[in-house]
Design a protein around this ligand. Sequence first.
Ligand SMILES: [Zn+2]
Ligand SMILES: [Zn+2]
Length: 257
Amino acid sequence: MGIRMFVTEGLSSFKNALSDLFFPPTCPFCDSPDVDSGAWLCYDCTDSISKIEEPFCSQCGLPLPENNPDGALFCGQCLIATPAYHRARYGVKYKGTLREGLKRFKYGGALHATDALSGILIEAYRRHYEHDEFDLILPIPIHRKKLWERGFNQVIVLTEKLSRHVGIPMNRTCLRKSVNTPPQAGLTRHERLSNLRGSFIVSRPDAIKDKRLLLVDDVATTGSTITEAARTIRKAGAARVDALVLALTPMRGNDRP
Ligand SMILES: [Zn+2]
Ligand SMILES: [Zn+2]
């Protein structure tokens, strides 16, 4: 270990110890004081997070039926209409304290949840993708009206951490949300897709031309946002688009224990 790193790390752990003494850490998802030193979350929240695991569709990443008797690789939807992306993958289920934590982060500005949430995103990346698979990472943008209301795009904050961790640059400006679409809740997959149709634009096609891109989002239900964003990006000249979403809303048929 170089002297500089030794001093930096030493100072940093000294600072952490001091801050633990004066500001004991609480769990950013549930406020429990039961957080071990160096941990992001309390034991209960850590324990309650459940990963999206196989079997899932090789392309869209959505869970396949529990018994999957034929050992199918693709879901019926992908066999009927192939999405514009190469693969989509999901980290964990959007439920319980994870859902509360993400809502606090997104709508309540609870930025102290950043490390926990980006840690889950980074873990999902490592589980599903190789370290050198992409040239560029693009966070899913929000419309400027939503940005003005919320004050920040939570996806950019998480993607920035992922980008730094995997060493792949992030571009936060070339994909834009040009239409402020109404909320998707209560809509079917088909309605969601038509609601979003044409709502993204690529402002700098030269930045993505012939590149291998990874789209990142925080929550998805049917995957319609990444489907429409990927369609727009492919049309603008990207070589390949994959997607990584932090959390997937469990729906009937995709909420296996
Ligand atoms: Zn907790
Ligand atoms: Zn599929």
